[in-house]
Write a protein that binds this ligand. Structure first.
Ligand code: IVH
Length: 690
């Protein structure tokens, strides 16, 4: 027996009427939170359960059914932020099936209307059920005249200006037989990658994170400034039509989708034509398996009768068509107990609170921990040890604690306090005014060391196989390494002495460390964990400055002239390079043979090995940086000032004091033409300098 049937069996007639009333008001409240506030308070699965319980009470006791019951109309609300638009044809919702049996019962209902055995062989179309928000696009003579949200199904909101910023939606239809007027219905969504990117940007700016792609897409579409919508990288798929005037004679759904696509409208590539109900069951399973391989979130599959004439015969209930059904996947949000909130220390010393959860299977894996980001996020969600919390996990997305179930909060619960001391080294934690993050500022904190070393070995940094958090922990505990340079001085015996290391694993780790010496400059930069310098900034900096030395000596202006490098990155680089310990660490890395040039060692030639160059003035067809890179790629050493030891000065137009100095010291000067000739045939310089 289901929970709701269980409860129903225990309730008397009067209690049932009260229960139905309570359910109706709860459902309305949750719909308001979901559709108007874009801030659901409970998981979708719990919401569906409330609707399911109300529906079953109403089915068993029709006298309790009221006209305004939420089961009698599609969910949704029109809010009044945007101009209201009355849909020419109402936008209905779909009935749900939660398992194979319920999907088969839908076929049974069709058989009862059309004829026994029909569902077994009927032509169907299977589509992903995209987890976004419904949109109605009205094209007049092929031009997008209006875009409206669903609202309450009858009246939606005019969001045309915002929808015009979505690349996937054409402003003008193109192709044959375009109708005089057509309302195209579809779903606007935020691709998972855009959501992850957006939250990374939020986190970097110390701003609160968005909860899920669906609500973020809804919020992004309801922006008063279309530029904000444009920055959110929304997308869309079309799956239905409302009013149509003119255009081709349409007889089937698949044919209609083909037309939409031929006019330039986006249609999901996952759409399939199916024969009979069992293929529909198979399709629903197929979509469930595919769920996490898609670049956008889906919460089910939709099965539709293909034949449009047959749809007329099947008709509608008050809220949904009988010719379609949504097969809803199990929810990706679950509730569980929050056992504790702990704090972990990262490589920069950042103290990140995380939730220790009673393990719960959600979104395809078991979740027992989830980040809570920072002190303000814990306060914003008001989660406390002992709470029942809602956990969300979709595919590869990091698990999130959405918030507490307040009705289940223990009476003696108190708000959680951020600890004042580092849980590892015991030194005071500090949070600066205006900063979202709290830090352990003790540079010798063992937790930070472990994280810095593990990060150095990680795939996106120096990619050293066998050097993960566990090994880093062993090395730091054994006092073998205090900074990353120490890795390059480890002996075989050092590693063999670590718990769990035998001959093979030791050789493997040492070979990995050795190989990492050839990584290019951008990798080295990333792996040093300089604050705010991620892979993109590192690549751009390495492309501009040929070597660590050139980068270290670059002025603030030179640094910030690199695209995407602003004052924050410049300040972080300065802090890093000005630190005497960092300089010593870099020197020990260089002494150990770690490459510090923009190209990996195995791509560096040796034609100009041992020769030093200074580049000055304006060259005819390449920037000074490119010239320096080309020199470094041939094994030459790029210097910034001219001395007696300089082998060549490459002087372009308007060369100033460096050229004069070269002439005074008798250093060989290469003009534009000679430098180009030398690049074409590097051997001409060898043996040439004085
Ligand atoms: S058809 C009259 N097809 O799911 C039928 N809806 O839970 C109109 N949805 O309101 C809807 N993917 O916002 C349809 N492939 C799909 C869909 C889809 C997502 C949404 C839509 C609808 C809701 C119903």
């Amino acid at each position: 027996m289901t929970d709701s049937a269980d409860r129903e069996a225990q309730l008397s007639g009067g209690d049932l009427a009260l229960r139905a009333q309570l359910l109706r008001s709860q459902i309305r409240q949750h719909e308001y939170q979901y559709f108007v506030q874009d801030a659901p308070q409970i998981p979708d699965g719990d919401f569906d359960a409330l609707v399911g319980e109300l529906r079953s009470i109403e089915a068993a006791h029709p006298e309790l059914l009221t006209e305004d019951s939420p089961t009698q109309r599609p969910g949704g609300w029109a809010s009044n932020t945007f101009q209201n638009v009355t849909h020419r044809v109402p936008m209905l919702s779909l009935d749900n099936a939660f398992d194979d049996e319920e999907l088969r019962s839908w076929g049974g209902r069709i058989d009862r209307i059309i004829g026994e055995g029909y569902a077994a062989t009927m032509a169907l179309v299977g589509e992903p059920k995209i987890d976004g928000l419904a949109i109605s696009l009205t094209y007049e003579r092929g031009v997008l005249a209006r875009a409206a949200t669903r609202g309450d199904g009858q009246v939606g909101e005019d969001v045309t200006a915002n929808v015009l910023t979505i690349d996937a939606i054409p402003h003008r239809l193109d192709g044959d037989d375009i109708p005089e007027l057509i309302e195209v219905r579809g779903e606007i969504f935020m691709p998972t990658a855009a959501f992850v990117d957006l939250n990374e940007r939020q986190a970097a700016a110390g701003m609160p994170l968005y909860v899920n792609p669906r609500n973020t897409a809804a919020g992004s579409l309801r922006q008063l400034d279309p530029a904000v919508t444009a920055s959110r990288h929304l997308s869309a798929f079309c799956y239905h039509t409302g009013a149509i005037v003119g255009g081709p004679v349409l007889t089937g759904h698949a044919q209609m989708l083909d037309y939409l696509q031929s006019w330039g409208l986006p249609v999901s590539p996952e759409v399939r034509t199916l024969t009979g109900l069992e293929e529909a069951v198979g399709f629903a399973h197929h979509m469930l398996e595919l769920r996490h391989d898609l670049s956008y979130e889906i919460d089910g599959a939709v099965i539709k009768v293909d034949n449009l004439a047959l749809r007329e015969d099947l008709g509608f209930t008050s809220r949904a068509p009988r010719w379609a059904i949504a097969y809803k996947f199990p929810p990706e949000e679950k509730s569980t107990r929050l056992d504790d909130i702990m704090v972990s220390i990262g490589r920069t010393g950042r103290a990140t609170p995380f939730a220790v959860l009673e393990p719960v299977f959600v979104g395809g894996s078991t979740v027992s921990m989830a980040t809570l980001h920072n002190e303000d996020e814990v306060a914003r969600r008001d989660v406390r040890p002992g709470d029942t919390v809602i956990v969300r996990k979709a595919g590869d997305v990091i698990p999130e604690v959405l918030g507490p179930v307040l009705s289940d909060r223990p009476d003696d619960s108190v708000p959680w306090q951020f600890p004042r001391h580092c849980p590892t080294c015991g030194e005071p934690l500090s949070r600066l005014d205006g900063e979202a993050n709290t830090y352990c500022t003790n540079a010798t904190c063992p937790a930070q060391r472990v994280q810095r070393i593990a990060y150095f070995g990680s795939r996106k940094a120096m990619d050293i196989e066998g050097l993960g958090e566990q090994t880093a922990h062993l090395m730091v505990s054994a006092n073998l390494v205090t900074d990353v340079a120490d890795l390059y001085y480890l002996t075989r015996d050092d590693v063999l002495g670590l718990a769990g290391f035998g001959d093979l694993s030791t050789d493997h780790l040492l070979a990995g460390i050795e190989a990492s010496k050839s990584q290019p400059l951008d990798r080295v930069l990333v792996s040093l964990g300089i604050r705010n310098v991620g892979p993109t900034a590192a690549r751009d900096l390495a492309a501009r400055f040929s070597s660590m030395d050139a980068l270290r000596r670059a002025s603030d202006d030179e640094l910030s002239s690199v695209d995407g490098v602003g004052p924050t990155i410049v300040a972080s680089l300065r802090t890093f390079f000005d630190g005497t310990e960092n300089a010593a660490m870099l020197q020990r890395m260089i002494d150990a043979g770690v490459n510090m040039a923009a190209v990996a060692v195995d791509q560096v030639g040796d034609e100009w090995a041992g020769l030093s160059f200074v580049v000055t003035g304006t060259l005819s067809d390449m920037s000074r940086d490119i010239a320096q890179e080309r020199i470094a790629a041939l094994g030459g050493l790029v210097k910034s000032s001219v001395s007696r030891k300089t082998d060549f000065v490459v002087a372009g137009d308007n060369a100033g004091s460096k050229l004069t100095k070269a002439q005074e010291l008798g250093v060989t000067v290469l003009d534009d033409a000679r430098f180009h000739a030398a690049l074409a045939d590097p051997s001409v310089l060898v043996g040439e300098s004085d």
